[in-house]
Design a protein around this ligand. Structure first.
Ligand SMILES: C=C(O[C@@H]1C=C(C(=O)O)C=C[C@H]1O)C(=O)O
Length: 133
């Protein structure tokens, strides 16, 4: 889980395997980390540095990261909804719940674009729409 790592100085990250507590329950959104040391103490989210220029630059970049995350979440939810509609339509007409050849195409597409992470992302996307196999 990245949440705990980003609030530690980089030199503390090496050779520190995540313990059991680093991975919360799969469906539990992570809350604020109470145990990690803070690199700066102003108002708002920690940037991980006390250097004013760097902190401001990081805050600006984070605005775009947050926008991207919002879009990813909305797209994720829309895709899952559409996938469920396809499944319901198909089953209501006597068809199958899944079409594995189509799923294979999707996994291949993500893997070709993103490598091994793409495979994992595609599998998560598919599961979000049609449930676990
Ligand atoms: C949405 C569909 O149904 C299922 C879900 C898929 C998906 O989430 O992309 C792909 C194939 C099917 O197993 C579909 O056939 O397009």
């Amino acid at each position: 889980m990245i949440t705990n790592m980003v609030e530690q100085p980089a030199d503390r990250l090496a050779n520190t395997p995540p313990g059991p507590s680093a991975e919360p329950h799969a469906n539990t959104p992570p809350g604020p980390s109470a145990d990690a040391p803070q690199a700066n103490s102003g108002a708002g989210t920690q940037t991980g540095t006390d250097a004013p220029g760097a902190a401001e630059r990081i805050a600006a970049i984070r605005e775009r990261i947050d926008e991207i995350d919002d879009a990813l979440i909305a797209l994720w939810q829309e895709r899952a909804s559409l996938s469920r509609q396809v499944g319901a339509t198909r089953m209501a007409s006597g068809g199958t719940r899944l079409v594995l050849s189509r799923e294979r195409e999707i996994v291949d597409r993500f893997r070709e674009a993103l490598g091994a992470d793409g495979t994992q992302l595609a599998l998560l996307l598919l599961r979000a729409g049609r449930g676990p196999l």
